[in-house]
Ligand binder design. Sequence first.
Ligand SMILES: Cc1cc2nc3c(=O)[nH]c(=O)nc-3n(C[C@H](O)[C@H](O)[C@H](O)COP(=O)(O)OP(=O)(O)OC[C@H]3O[C@@H](n4cnc5c(N)ncnc54)[C@H](O)[C@@H]3O)c2cc1C
Length: 463
Amino acid sequence: MTLDSWCSAPRSRCNAPLQRQVIVSQKRIIVVGGGASGLIAAGQAAEGGARVLLLEKKSSPGRKLLLTGKNRCNLTNTDDVREFLRHFNPKGKFLTQLFYHFFNAELRAFFEELGVPTVEQRGGRVFPESERAQDVVDALVRWASAKDVEIRTRSPVTGLIFEGNSIKGVRTAHKEHYADAVVITTGGAAYPGTGSTGDGYKLAKSAGHTIVPIRPALVPLLTKGDTAPRLQGLSLRNVQVNLWINGEKEDDIFGEMLFTHFGLSGPIILTMSGQIVDELRSGNRVEISIDLKPALDHPTLDARLLRDIEKMHRKEFKTLLEGLLPRKLIPVCIEETNIPARKHNHQITAEERKRLRLWLKDFRLEVSGHRTLNHAIITAGGVETSEVDPHTMESKLVKGLFFAGEVLDVHGDTGGYNLQAAFSTGWAAGRGARGQGSRGGGARGQGSGGERERGAEERGRNE
Ligand SMILES: Cc1cc2nc3c(=O)[nH]c(=O)nc-3n(C[C@H](O)[C@H](O)[C@H](O)COP(=O)(O)OP(=O)(O)OC[C@H]3O[C@@H](n4cnc5c(N)ncnc54)[C@H](O)[C@@H]3O)c2cc1C
C-alpha cells in the first residue's frame, strides 16, 4: 500500500490515483505501535482484506523485540495453559480464553511458517532456532508487508478522534487519520529508549479508560549497605531466595540470582520484584534471605560442617569456607559470622559452628528500593482489563477501539510469558478489529466488524 492510499485530504480534494479512490468499502484499520503486539495485530487485521496502517513512533519497528532474551528473543514457554497463567499477576486470567485460541503451539507454528523455526531450551523457554531476535522482527515485518500493511515509521500518535462513543481515527503531529477501527499497541513505559514511553495510557485515558497505576516489574532491587556492591558480578546458582516482609516469611523461589553494583538482580530476584515493589510502596520492610545450601536441612548441614572441620582440623577457617562458598563470598561470611579467618578449624566452637550454619541458610540483605522503569523489563499496571472484551480486545467503552500487549494491566514472569501475552492479545485484537473476534460482539455487544461504507479518510497534510 502506498502513501497515496492513506492520503490526507478529504476524498473530494484527494489527488490519489483514481483506482485507489474507488476502494471505499474496504475497512480501514490503524494500529498504533509496531512492537510485538502491533506487528501481529496489523498482519491479522489485514487478513480479511482490510486496509491497515501501522503508525510507529521510532525510525524502525520492533526495537524492544530486538532486545528480548538478550537479543535471542524468548518467544514463549512450553508450559500448559494452567501453569502458564500461574506466571502472571492476578489479571492474567484475562488471557485464559485467548490462550485457547492462540497459544504457544500456534505461535511456534506461526513462526515456523514464516521461516523462523523455534527450539525449546532450559525451563521450557522457546527461542528462534537461530537465536536471533532480528530474525523474529524481520519475519513479522515481511509478513505484515506482504499483506499490504503500510508501516509508517517516525509517526508518533498524539491523540484519538471520537464521534460519540465510537472511534473515528487518530492524530499525529500534523495530521488526522480516519479509520473504522484503531488498535492501541504502544507497549508499557519500561525501557523508554525503545519507544514505549507510556503514550498508550494517555490515549486510553482520553477514551475514558481506567489506568491501574503503573510501576516497574521484573526490575532489579537496591539493597542497604555495601555487601551487594562488594559481591558485584557474583552469580549464585541453585540457591533459594526467601522473601521476608516485616519479619514474616512470605515467599521463596529456587534458582539463580546476581549481585550488582547497586544491589540484586537475576531471574529469581526479577520474578519476586513485582511483589517487592508493591510492598515497598506500602511502606513495608523487605528483606531477602539467601539459603546458600537449600539441598541440606539444618541437621544435615551441621553433620557436613562437622565432617569438614574434622577433615581439615589443622587448617584455617578460611580454608574450610573454600569448600563451601564461592571465593567472593568468603570475606563477607567471615565478617558476618564474626569467626576469625585464621582460626584453626579444631578451635571452632559449637556456638561458632552454629553461627556459620545459620548464616549459610540465611544470608540476609535488606532491600532499600528498586530501579526505575528505565531499567525494568516490564510495566505493571495499565488499561483496566475489565473494561476490555477478553475475546476481541475491543474497548467496552468506545466502539472500534482495541488494545493489545503491555499497555494492558497484565504482566508476567521472565521465561517468554510476556511476549506470548503480547502476541496472543495482538492476534486477537487484529482479528477483532476486522470483525473476526473469537466470539462475536465487542463494545456493547455490537462488535466492530462488518464492512462499513463510510470507509476511512485522512485529513491534514501528508507526512
Ligand atoms: C530488555 C528486555 C528484555 C525482554 N526479554 C523478553 C523475553 O525474552 N521474553 C518475553 O516474553 N518478554 C521479554 N521482554 C518483555 C517484552 O519485550 C514486552 O512485554 C513486549 O515487547 C511488549 O510488547 P508490546 O507490543 O506491548 O510493546 P512494545 O514491544 O514495547 O512495542 C510498542 C511499540 O509502540 C511504539 N509506540 C509507543 N508509543 C507510540 C505512539 N504514541 N505512536 C506510535 N507508536 C508508538 C513503540 O515505539 C514500540 O515500537 C523483555 C523486555 C525488555 C525491556
